[in-house]
Design a protein around this ligand. Structure first.
Ligand SMILES: N[C@@H](CCC(=O)N[C@@H](CS)C(=O)NCC(=O)O)C(=O)O
Length: 206
């Protein structure tokens, strides 16, 4: 049995952890913990007292927070997925925090209110407001990707994965990214990688 266990259904943020594990090529056991009742049961709360997915157990070591999970998996198991140089490592943290704090919440609200909520529940004003809130971070991302094909340079790393995953919902719903063409092309590159497609199959089939 695989020593790495990934908790969380693919239609949750566990999608990004499944993607990271597939990029790293590590064997894992996928436990289909839902984000409703399952994640509030005492046996899961022992792994993540926040009662949220994803979480992992690696040979008994419990960890939560999706960005941290990906950094851990990439560093421990990924070959080339996690940088060896300290400055590149720091940039990986920078981009991961950027994704979590400057993009994720607004992108989630934007996608829900523009595309995924039941039509009667969508609020276009909320969608617009949140799209406005990510204008600057997305233009910063576009400028960075104008310098090199990936965030740290020539190769895909977990920095790309952690940022691309928070834009996945908009990309999947065919949001028009043509005003930020470097981001558009980079998202296509990242989200059609074999490992991304593997994780997407789990999510999109669910
Ligand atoms: N910051 C956390 C957020 C985790 C999170 O909100 N997970 C959702 C599913 S995507 C969840 O479990 N929601 C249930 C709840 O909050 O009770 C992370 O990135 O892992």
């Amino acid at each position: 049995m695989a020593k790495l266990k990934i908790y969380g259904i693919a239609r949750s943020r566990a999608f990004r952890t499944l993607w990271a594990a597939q990029e790293a090529g590590v064997a894992y056991e996928h436990i289909q913990t839902s984000f409703n009742e399952d994640s509030k049961r005492p046996e899961f709360l022992r792994i993540n007292p926040m009662g949220q997915v994803p979480a992992i157990e690696d040979d008994g070591f419990a960890l939560s927070e999706s960005m941290a999970l990906n950094l851990y998996i990439a560093k421990k198991y990924g070959k080339g997925l996690y940088p060896s140089d300290l400055k590149d490592e720091a940039k990986t943290w920078q981009w991961s925090f950027f994704a979590a704090t400057s993009l994720e919440r607004s992108m989630g609200l934007f996608v829900a209110n523009r595309y995924t909520l039941a039509p009667e529940k969508r609020n276009e004003a909320v969608a617009q407001e949140n799209l406005e809130a990510v204008k600057r971070p997305l233009s910063v991302l576009d400028a960075q990707l104008g310098k090199a094909p990936y965030l740290l340079g020539q190769a895909f790393t977990v920095a790309d994965l952690n940022v691309a995953t928070v834009l996945y919902g908009a990309w999947f719903n065919k949001h028009d990214f043509s005003a930020i063409p470097k981001v558009a092309a980079w998202l296509d590159r990242c989200l059609t990688r074999p490992a991304a497609q593997g994780a997407r199959r789990l999510r999109e089939a669910a």
